[in-house]
Write a protein that binds this ligand. Structure first.
Ligand SMILES: [Zn+2]
Length: 412
């Protein structure tokens, strides 16, 4: 029998989502080396005490470059157009240091909320140039000890109608952007934007993550064109669309047909509850529509989906703490998730976004990096229901944060 003493660290009594009873997780050289009940070893121990241990949350869609702007603008914004305009006006004054500082705040909140992987969109255009991109690259480097950051360069204000934007986008791809995004609804020629975005994606062999649609009128959309381009380029499994709020306005029949179309073309959907709930349905005077696409029902039909943060404290969403567990709870509530759906809701901020980002080394499995977070609860469904404290996080076996349980002091 192999002597099991070669671990650097062992997590005891960990509830994982795949084991029926608590297990021990042995860590060696930053990787998960064994998962078994009652591992025999003399390594340093972390007792999870029967609590849920997850491989960290995965945020597929956030905007670090335009987070935390509320102090600098009025807050009368009620529509998407006004929010884009408000940020566009402020963007000219962004400096590398300013973007870094605001992004740092959000990354640190995300880390202590248990996020271990993140994809940030970063705006690239002639107004901001590559300043935000430079700041985000620095954040990626400086916080790699706690969180793996992937950078998606994209033109928020249009591509074909914004001379110079495309050259800057290509410069970002040459200089380390991990993937390319797009926003066809702000372009005067949406299909041409999609054509060019896919061209660059193929040229640089990177994935595509689009801000697709952001209204509740399903009588027109670019979704079909995205599916068509994905199939034409053999890009199945490499394309995601964010918001896709029009899907929330579909009749059951069209919803079913759309889910089948997305599943067939391998196009994933990211739902952004905080922003979608905040900006959609602004025209309604009463019986306001939610404007939230029901991701877990799309998953039932074979579509890969995630729930993500999007904006934090800016005109698009004037609140936020970068907590994906809170976002999954908000989603579950607004999407009428039943208790039997809570596991699926947790999947939307863990395993499914990891697949969306094509992460090959995510999950509590032997050989993967020891990225582990401990939640103060005993099961996946209870994590969604209770919003427990996230007690500690480890990246490659190294502790990156911890949080004490609150204490009550009753009078004696
Ligand atoms: Zn976004």
């Amino acid at each position: 029998m192999q002597a099991k003493t070669a671990f650097d660290l062992v997590f005891r009594n960990a509830v994982t989502r795949s084991a029926a009873t608590p297990v021990d997780i042995g860590i060696s050289a930053g990787k998960i080396a064994a998962i078994e009940p009652k591992l025999v070893c003399e390594a340093a121990e972390v007792d999870a005490c029967g609590r849920l241990v997850l491989p960290g949350f995965v945020d597929t869609h956030i905007h670090l470059d335009k987070a935390c702007l509320l102090g600098r603008c009025g807050h009368g914004h009620g529509s998407l157009g006004e929010a884009i305009k408000a940020v566009a006006a402020m963007k000219r004054d962004f400096t590398v240091e300013d973007v870094y500082e605001r992004g740092r705040k959000v990354i640190e909140r995300a880390i202590v909320a248990g996020t271990t992987r993140m994809r940030t969109h970063v705006e690239i255009d002639p107004r901001i140039g590559l300043r935000s991109f430079e700041a985000i690259k620095a954040l990626k480097r400086d916080y790699a000890w706690a969180l793996e950051l992937s950078v998606c360069a994209f033109p928020q204000e249009g591509l074909t109608n914004d001379p110079g934007a495309e050259e800057l986008l290509v410069a970002a791809l040459r200089d380390g952007a991990d993937l390319i995004g797009g926003c066809p609804y702000t372009d005067t020629d949406p299909n041409e934007q999609l054509e060019r975005v896919f061209n660059h994606a193929q040229e640089f062999d990177v994935d595509v993550d689009l801000h697709l649609d952001f209204d509740l009128d399903p009588s027109w959309w670019h979704l079909e064109e995205v599916c068509r381009q994905t199939e034409r380029r053999n890009y199945q499994g490499r394309v995601a669309i964010g918001h896709a709020t029009k899907i929330s306005a579909l009749s059951p029949d069209r919803f079913k047909a759309t889910a089948a179309r997305l599943a067939k073309s391998g196009v994933a959907v990211t739902v952004l509850p905080a922003t979608d709930l905040y900006l959609m349905g602004r025209d309604a005077t009463h019986n306001v529509p939610r404007g939230l696409t029901v991701a877990h029902r799309l998953v039932d039909s074979g579509v890969l989906c995630s729930v993500a943060t999007n904006n934090v404290q800016n005109p698009f969403t004037p609140f936020g703490d970068a907590s994906l567990l809170r976002m999954a709870n908000l989603y579950a509530n607004a999407a009428h998730a039943a208790i039997g759906d809570f596991n699926a809701c947790l999947d939307l901020v863990t395993d499914l976004p990891a697949r969306l980002m094509n992460l090959k080394d995510y999950g509590i499995a032997v050989g993967n990096p020891a990225d582990l977070v401990i939640l103060n609860t005993d099961s996946g469904p209870n994590a969604i229901a209770e919003l427990p404290d996230i007690l500690a996080g480890y990246k490659a076996g190294r502790k990156v944060f911890e949080r004490s349980l609150p204490a009550l002091f009753p009078p004696r």
